[in-house]
Design a protein around this ligand. Structure first.
Ligand code: IVH
Length: 669
């Protein structure tokens, strides 16, 4: 490699690290996304051509890979301790007074936010990230370096005057926005949502595929500097220095000189926490002077120079008037407590979910009970207990109904699942209207002229029993309904007619196969380009499609095994809905009849681009290496398991350049 190339690589690496820091830590980018992407491509290209000059901490290493891994255990150099908790201001005063007494004079206390995520240790040698580890049991944690590298606010290389050997401790968080998006995606495919951003953050950090972690939009804020060659005497100086080295530090900390300033800080953040883009669950107090910290030392479990104060979740008591049972689109029954309205953390609360029969039993709820309702950092109120003293004499325990509250059908409970459900898919009202509401939704058939109320109204007037009935509606039927005028009827009918052009993959989402979300529907439409191909697919064939695992495959088989669903699909077909994927125009036939699997990351194309390219020239993409695979296109960081399997099966292993060559050679003009 010539000197110029080496210099260019060095320059690009340091420039892109700097831009990353500006974008993800400082929130102040100075170049456009496009410029950033172009330079990143240039660097990827140069690195691919000069593999000897690789760097595990190059900015190109942020994308992660789909290699699965079991985590190696690491032993923490210094144990990762927890903090003693306090729950009221009196206990905070006890902590402060104890320290002042022990030290013999006033001490400064740094007040910080207690970030509600999962703790992480980051180790740097000569400014390079060498290890990221979870807390584990405090002594041993999991090595999550590959995953942590995908978190953009974690610097891979440090800046400025950093110590040669450094450990930083902090918290990996999932901001509210990312959390909501993730749960929405999960709900779309019938996956259980994460209960809170903390669980989502720790779950994400332990994902097997770092490429998937990269999608999760995690953030990392640091709060503790550990190094032997410290040139500063105060914790607050450490926080400021770490900011210069490139870490994301919080500006919210404050050096307090007395108890009254500490109280002010608590009161300030008890309110201001609501404006933060992520959860905090309290405040942490630390002695600022590092020499005093060393003098005070540690107990077996926690430092004696620090303590946390946990915010109390606000609670209120209220009587349950009635428990109602809601029936969802898939028949799942959700019990809901309807209570005397109460004021709680700034809003009026009337209802709270009781989730399922197990939750009711665990809380031991009796009829007419007064319950304790809590609202923590999260927005959703939760019933956490019963006020037994207020239980009416002779009150009976609440029993879960045995029949559907809507249609009287005997409820079922799948062994191993907590939910009860109503199996009467065909004539249970909320299941029918729920399916139609899902069908017309924006991301499904997008019939926005039809609202929930109108759908309920049409159903109760006998006009709609399943989504296919929409296509038989006439103007006179609509005009006979209350509140529907000429213009409205016209809009509804136009919306329905236009939906006949909605592409096949959106129809696949709309028909409401359990666990088939928007993304899965797209992947299914690619793998099975018409509905008959999907209907006739075997379990094994379904499993080869991207995004499809055991649960989804079984659910698709169940759906098409039901005669009623087949009739439903046939009715939709008869109205002219799109049941065939739009033909992708082939550029050439050069790869016709050949099957490909791609793995790793590529230089000239993203994975999706490479797939589209292969398909545009007639090749077929497979998701896993098998005896049916003709070619494995190997990129950087490819999984060793895939490679080994391909070698064993005698699959041709080729590079991305070779694909281009095959396309060009086979091109028939
Ligand atoms: S200092 C030895 N500061 O709270 C001192 N911890 O129970 C180590 N946490 O596991 C902790 N925000 O994950 C510290 N500003 C902050 C924090 C913080 C959140 C977490 C941390 C630790 C737990 C303490």
């Amino acid at each position: 490699m010539d000197q110029n190339t080496k210099e260019r690589i060095d320059y690009l690496r340091s420039f892109l690290h700097e831009q990353n820091h500006r974008y993800y830590v400082l929130n102040a980018p100075i170049i456009s996304d496009m410029e950033f992407d172009n330079l990143m491509h240039e660097l990827q290209d140069l690195e691919a051509k000069n593999p000897d000059y690789a760097d595990p901490n190059s900015p190109t290493q942020r994308v992660g890979s789909d290699i699965t891994m079991a985590f190696n255990q690491v032993t923490h150099t210094r144990p990762m301790l927890s903090l003693g908790n306090t729950y009221n201001e009196g206990e905070v005063a006890d902590f402060y007074n104890r320290i002042v007494k022990e030290v013999g004079h006033d001490v400064d206390i740094v007040c910080e936010l207690k970030f509600d995520g999962t703790s992480i240790s980051l180790k740097y040698e000569n400014g390079n990230l060498v290890q990221a580890a979870t807390r584990g049991d405090g002594t041993h944690g999991d090595d999550v370096t590959r995953n942590a590298k995908t978190i953009r606010s974690i610097p891979l290389k440090l800046k400025g005057n950093y110590p040669a050997s450094l450990e930083m401790r902090g918290e990996v968080l999932m901001p509210h926005k990312a959390f909501e998006m993730l749960n929405k995606q999960r709900a779309d495919i019938g996956e259980a949502p994460f209960a809170n951003p903390r669980n989502a953050a720790s779950g994400s950090l332990k994902l097997q595929s770092s490429a998937q972690v990269a999608q999760r939009q995690l953030d990392c804020i640091l709060y503790y500097v550990l190094t032997d060659d410290m040139s500063f005497q105060l914790h607050s100086q450490g926080l400021e220095a770490a900011k210069e080295w490139g870490f994301k530090m919080s500006d919210s900390y404050k050096v307090c000189h007395n108890l009254s300033e500490i109280y002010d800080y608590i009161h300030l953040w008890a309110e201001k926490r609501k404006e933060l883009p992520f959860d905090i669950d309290g405040i942490v107090f630390k002695v600022n002077d590092l020499q005093i910290q060393r003098d005070l030392g540690f107990t077996a479990k926690s430092p004696r120079w620090a303590i946390s104060y946990k915010f109390k979740a606000e609670q209120a008591h209220s009587r349950i008037n009635e428990i109602t049972y809601q029936v969802g689109r898939t028949g799942v029954i959700t019990p809901v407590a309807n209570m005397e309205p109460m004021q709680l953390a700034g809003t009026v609360v009337r209802r709270a979910s009781l989730h399922n029969a197990d939750v009711i039993a665990a809380l031991d709820i009796h009829e007419g009970d007064t319950v304790v309702v809590e609202k923590g950092g999260e927005i959703i109120p939760k019933i956490v207990g019963v006020d037994i003293d207020k239980r009416p004499d002779g009150a009976k325990p609440v029993t879960f109904p045995s029949v559907c509250p809507e249609c009287g059908t005997l409820l079922m409970r799948i062994p191993g699942e907590a939910a009860h459900y109503c199996p009467n898919q065909t004539s249970c009202r909320p299941q029918i209207t729920g399916r139609i509401i899902h069908f017309v939704a924006r991301k499904a058939m997008n019939i926005d002229s039809l609202g929930e109320e109108t759908i309920e109204l049409m159903h109760s007037n006998g006009l709609l029993n399943d989504p296919s009935d929409l296509y038989a509606l006439t103007a006179s039927q609509l005009l006979a309904l209350p509140k529907i005028q000429d213009k409205t009827a016209e809009n509804i009918l136009r919306g329905i007619a236009e939906s006949k052009n909605v592409p096949y993959h959106r129809l696949l989402f709309a028909i409401g196969i359990r666990f088939v979300g928007e993304t899965t529907a797209k992947k299914l439409a690619e793998a099975f380009p018409n509905i008959d191909a999907l209907k006739n697919a075997t379990y094994e064939q379904l499993m080869t499609a991207e995004e499809v695992g055991e649960k989804i495959a079984k659910s698709i088989l169940d759906f098409f095994a039901n005669e009623k669903n087949i009739e439903y699909i046939e009715r939709l077909r008869s109205y002219g809905l799109q049941m065939v994927a739009e033909e992708k125009k082939l550029l050439t036939n050069s790869l016709n009849g050949l099957t490909f699997v791609i793995s790793g990351t590529f230089v000239a194309y993203s994975r999706d681009e490479l797939k589209s390219l292969i398909e545009a020239h007639g090749g077929k993409m497979l998701s896993g290496v098998s005896s049916k695979t003709n070619y494995l296109v190997a990129g950087a960081n490819m999984g060793p398991a895939k490679l080994e399997k391909a070698q064993k099966l005698g699959v041709n292993i080729i590079s991305e350049e070779k694909i281009l060559e095959m396309i060009n050679n086979g091109k028939q003009d």
